[in-house]
Structures are given as structure tokens and as C-alpha cells.
Design a protein around this ligand. Sequence first.
Ligand code: ADP
Ligand code: MG
Length: 728
Amino acid sequence: MATSADAQIATGPITFRDLHLRKVEELRGVGEKRTADLHKRGINSILDLLMAYPRRWVDRTHECRLKDLQPGVEAMVLVEVRSVNKRMTKNRRSLVTAVVGDGSSRLTLTFFNQPYREKQLREGLTISVFGKADEYRGSLQMTNPVVDLIGDRTGRIVPIYPQSEEHGIKTWEFAGWVENALSRCEARGILDPLPESVIAELGLLPRHEALRNIHMPDTMETKEAARRRLAFDELLRVQLVLVGRKHQLEREALGISHSTSQKMVEQFIGALPFPLTSAQQRAITEISQDLVAGHPMHRLLQGDVGSGKTVVAVAALLQAVEGGYQGALMAPTEVLTEQHASGVCKLLEGLVVTDAENLFGSRPLRVEMLTNRITGEQRRDVLQGLEEGTVDIIIGTHALIQDAVKFNKLGVVVIDEQHRFGVEQRAALRDKSMLNPQGLPIVPDVLVMTATPIPRTAAMTVYGDLDVSVLDELPPGRTPIETMWASGEQSEAELWAQVREGVKLGQQAFVVCPLIDESEKIEAAAAEDTFQKLGFGELKGLRLGLLHGRMSSQEKETAMETFRRGETDALVATTVIEVGVDVPNATMMVVLDADRFGIAQLHQLRGRVGRGKIASQCWLVTQPPESGELVHEPGPRVEALVQTTDGFLLAEIDLELRGEGTLMDSRQRGTSDLRLASLRSDRELIEQARATAIAIITQDPTLEQHSELADELRILLTASEEEFLARS
Ligand code: ADP
Ligand code: MG
């Protein structure tokens, strides 16, 4: 890429910074139009181009001739398009058929619901087709096969670039630019920022070779070796940020050494009407050790719905109070805050705090709540108590991080349902800290709670700046929720009959309406629709409530409150009920169009029931198939929910099913997104990247001696992505 002018000054291997500064328009064949197309795909620099990896590699050594195709066996064929035809089916679905041939025979391809195929598959085009051939009226055909446009690419392995067809850029054009860019790097070579020792120890390809082989591999093996190296780089970058942040928090911030006396905690646990689970005990011990230590705690408590996280949180808050500090518990919504407040107050009834200034040497523990609904006199009172230190434990919403809130001695912060809070909000609460005599801030200990279980190595990537405690055990004596799949008139009729039956026995039901991506407005309309239909139909005569995101918060609250008080029998709702709502009398959960939800979401929804003594039931409803479609199955996600209630197991299955997608996929599309690394199949690589990051950061916390790596973080992780990493 070097022009003759800077070729004189620039020698030595090319860095990512160099590639980042070179624009795509410098490449042969990239004119104004193509530049614009590339920009639309977020590709501005040569670095962007080289990091736009192929989506797939077609291995032509596995090619099969059409005459050798066997019905029922998967195969890849390389063929030319002979003719294309489009029409509509009776069910108003589009049907594109294409006849293809390779000189040895012909094959018909049929595509349902893929109208764009008509434009994509022009006559004379060379394509690779992968799928299972079936015999249909005496000749072979493939239905909805995987199609890749090959163009005039030769070579045994052909890279296929993402979305190329749709943006007007042909995959072979793209491949040509990449080849051009790579060939211009040959003379100087591309720098490898990894220490030699790491490369050797992990058996990684050098970076230049990896970039060459990911785009132009000779064999699938070299492609895989290249992928492993580049995936490692992605994971290492993420780990360097996370481990770096963790290191900084631990080493540089001034923390509080909390009381080692466990008197109040023991009193509290002793008064509980149940013994702790061993998972709770373990988590409390881990947290307690962090609290006693001098550096600030930054810990995640992962535990499935109902695993008893509140007790663990309260124990942490009490350990702060024991040593004369204050504890704060922050929840994402008013409903949850109130729920927490009443639950925690009940747990803490009768506890006393040692108080030297008090005539009797002790006083009752003071727990208060702060939300935007606490106003006037009451609010002033709470705020004053916080500032003077007479409020020991405060439970609140975002209201806690407003400027007017001042703590006397904030010692422990617990944040519930972390995904609702951003990094800034966590930081804002942490900043409500005291100053030490030298004027340096003393950072309170932070415990973040989440009910979304994720597998261990995935947690390392997503929550890598936190230590993790896991509640992997439910308290005994729960009646497991019975989960059923319902589809088709008869099974749906049965389910509504059971709901009516349950209501007769005094129980309540949630009915969750289909998830609609397009807008909250459509979703709300659908909920209203369902509400009407059920009211006049299956649930006629029952008292129905309605809850959706377009209602005012006053209306939502009323709906929730009436349901909680048992004055409505069934609550028809959108996913607004997802997080943390606790109505023990609700024992029935119906999720409509359940196959539109993700596993995690279904699991969260199901967790809304099964909170009382009575056995709960959950029905996952899916649409029956259109006539003519043969399969009638629940789909893998609904199937998984029917099979198990174990959140960690479900999280594993979720990762499996999502294949190469990652936990991060829907949330951001940045250069730092894990493109090649997979949280599912690269577990070993994740651990290696983490270990490498820890080794590097421990020895060189600011990456001074690893300036190339540091520079790559600056290029590839924007501020928002870094924040994303910490938040998700
Ligand atoms: P989570 O917040 O993890 O979903 P909670 O803390 O709300 O769970 O606890 C759910 C229910 O289980 C509460 O009613 C709580 O009192 C009860 N619980 C907690 N720990 C235990 C235990 N060790 N044995 C029996 N019940 C428990
Ligand atoms: Mg909870």
C-alpha cells in the first residue's frame, strides 16, 4: 500500500495502524462507486477489508458431479444456472425454481420464500450448491439449498464473502481486492504483536500467514489454523480490556476492609425459616472474603430465578452495616424495588445495630426505600438519614444515583438485574463514595446480580472484568414447573380449559403475547387484540388484565397491582413482565408464538411462575404448520424448555443452537465484534486468551511494553464498544 513517497521512510513490518490509515480507494479496481458500496458495509480502510473475513469457504475438492448425486445424501455440486422461474404458491408464498447443470446431468433447485433468488441466479452464472437431493416426479431436486456464487474464481478453496450479493459487490470482486491488498503487504510483511513465546507455546500461526490463509487457503486445514490464530487475537483483545479494567479496579482503587465480625449476618441467617443451600453458603463466603480484603469487590452473582440471590445480597449489605457502613440495593424498576423492599424488610425484622451513641448501646436496623414516588417530607427524611448515616440500608431505583443523594459512609452496593444498567450507572453509584483523609476516593464494594445464567467460558468473555459467584442449586422442596408444548386447535383448547380450571381453584395466569420486532406499537396492538379475543372466547367470564409497553407507568402499575392482589385472574401481557416480577399465586404461564422467543427469554418468562407452594404449569404455544408442510415440531428452543428447567443447561443449549453466533451478536456490530471466535466451540481458546491477557497485564498493567497490542485496542475498540463489553 505504501506509495513511493512514504516507502522511503516506512520500513519494517506493516502494523495494523498502517493498514488502518490506508483507504480502500487506494486499491486497484475500487472507484468511487465501489468505495461508497464498501463504506456502506463499514469498510473504510485496508484493515477493515482484511478483517472482513469470508463467511464460508467452498471446498471444491469435495465436489460431486450431478450424475453421481444420490437422493437423501448431502452433497456439494458446482453448476451453471440454465433457467430461472418465479411464481406464487396457493398460500401466497413465493416459489423460485432454477434448473442447473454441469454437463453430466441436470438438477432443479426450489426456493420457498426467497424471492430475491430470482434476481440472484442469472442464467450462465456458476454457483456452488450444497444440500440434500430428493427424488420428485422421477427427477432430482434440492429444496432451499445453500447457494454460493463462485464466479470465475479458481483454486481449490473458494472464499465466499458476506452479503456480497445484496450490496452489489460480487464475492469474487471482493476476493480480488483482498488479494491485491495482501500482495502489497508481501515485501515488508505484516507485524505480529504477540510475544514469540506465546505464539510458540500455543502453536499459533504468525499473523501475516494467518491473514493470507483465512482469505486464500490452500486447504481447509490451513484455513482452520488461520481462523484459530485470528480468533485468538479477537479474544485476546477483549480479555486485555476486561482484565485490564479488573486489574485497575483491584490494584489502584482504594477499597474498604469491612468488618470481620459476622454477628449480624449470623443473626440474620439464624432467623431465616430455612437453611441456606450450599451454593448460597459458598457465595456468601466468597463475597465475605472480598469484603474483608482491602481492594474493592467487583463481583457478579449469577443464579437462576428462585435460586435465592436476595439472601446472599442481604448478607453482604449486613456485613457493611456491621462495620458501621451503609449498604445500597439498586433495582431496575419501581415494581422490583418495592418488591425487594418489602421482601428485605421482612427478612431483616428485629435486627439491631450496635450504636455507641445510643443510650442502650444499640438501635433497630433502619431500612428505607427511595424511588421517584417517595416525595416531600418522606423523601427529605430519607435523604437526611442517608447523609447523616442513620439509614443503614437503602433500596432504590435509579433515584439512588441522583445528585441530591449523599451517603454518609457507603460501603456495599448491590445491583440487581445488571443488564438493565449501564457501566456509567454502576460507576455513578460507585462514585458516591467517601474520601479518605488524603482526599482520595474510597470505592465501595460492588455486587452485581443477574438471573441470566451463562456458561463459564462465555462468562469470561462477557463478564471478564468481574469475579463470578454462581448459585447453581435451587432451594429444596420446589415443585418443578411442568412445561408443555401446545400447538393446534385441540391442544390449545385443552390448555385454555386447564387455565379456566386453575382459576376456579383460585390461581392466576400470565398470558404472554407474541414478540413483535417491528415496534412496540404493533406489539401493544397485538396484546390488545389477544386480550379482546380471549375475553370473548377462551377466557370468557374471567377477570382479565392487560399490560403492555404503550401504557403509562400509572396504568401499568395499576394492572400489575390488581393482578398481585388477586383481583384479576389472568394478565395478558407483552414481555414487560419479564424481569423479576413475583406473584406467588400465579401458577400458570401461557406463552403465545413461543417459537419467536429466545431460550433465555422463555426461561425468564417461565420463571414468573413456580414461586409459590402450588405446582405451576407453563404452556408454550406455537402455530400449527400450514397445510402442505409436513413437519409439525415444537422447534429446538421450545423443545429445550420442555425438556429441562435447569438454567445453566439451557444456556449451554442456547449457545449450541446459535452456532457461530455469539452472546453478543444482536447488540453490536463493531470492528471488535467476535467475527471468527465462537463462545461455543472456542472454549479452550477463550481460556488461553484469558490466561495470556492475565500474564501480560500482571507484568505490564498499562501495556507500555506492548505498545502494538495497546495500539490495536485503540483502533479496534471504540469507546462505546469498550463500554458494551463491560455492560453486557
Ligand atoms: P432470586 O432473586 O434468586 O430469583 P429470591 O431471592 O427472590 O430468588 O428467592 C426466591 C424465594 O426462595 C424467596 O421466597 C426466598 O425466601 C426463598 N429462599 C431463598 N433461599 C432459600 C433456601 N435456602 N431455602 C428455601 N427457600 C429459600
Ligand atoms: Mg431476585
